[in-house]
Write a protein that binds this ligand. Structure first.
Ligand code: ZN
Length: 172
């Protein structure tokens, strides 16, 4: 079992704006490795540090096809360009289990970030990778994908999650 547990919505920790990482310490390296482990264990394609209770600008992701494994660690990621064209994907979130909704976002984005080896990088993401990185950067800004939905739908999902959390607490 992974050392980290993933926070379920609603939780004030998922609403905070995360702070930039100024130093890539051994702790940050260990955290990235633990986050990747937790992400793979939960069969997710992306995980942001606030989802495990760490309010830092760190994201891990892997949107490759099964068996390929192409893990990516992004420190202080920032979108510097978005395409005008949008695309819709059915999104899910490890902090909102078993909920999937169609969300429309720019089809491609250009992202600046620092790699775990402390190098400055810039990459263009398309398709699922683009959706995923935008979803994860939203987490760093205290935003969830259900915030793009109408208020009725959003509150019905939140009620469902409150119920789920009660059930999970009972099992403990
Ligand atoms: Zn998420």
């Amino acid at each position: 079992m992974s050392k980290l547990s993933i926070i379920i919505h609603p939780d004030p920790r998922l609403k905070k704006v995360a702070s930039p990482i100024t130093n890539i310490t051994d702790r940050i390296k260990q955290l990235s490795a633990d986050m990747l482990e937790a992400m793979y264990e939960a069969s997710g394609v992306g995980l942001a540090a606030p989802q495990v209770g760490i309010t830092k600008r760190l994201v891990v992701m892997d949107c490759s096809n099964e068996g390929e494994k192409k893990e990516l660690i992004l420190i202080n990621p920032e979108i510097v360009w978005s395409s005008e064209e949008n695309v819709s994907f059915e999104e899910g979130c490890l902090s909102i289990p078993d909920v999937r909704e169609e969300i429309s976002r720019p089809m491609s984005v250009q992202v600046q970030f620092i790699g775990i080896d402390n190098t400055r990088r810039e990459e263009i993401f398309d398709g699922l990778w683009a959706t995923c990185i935008q979803h994860e950067i939203d987490h760093l800004n205290g935003k969830l994908f259900i915030d793009y939905l109408g208020p009725m739908k959003r509150s019905s999902i939140t009620r469902k999650m409150i119920k789920l959390k009660k059930q999970l607490n009972r099992k403990k």
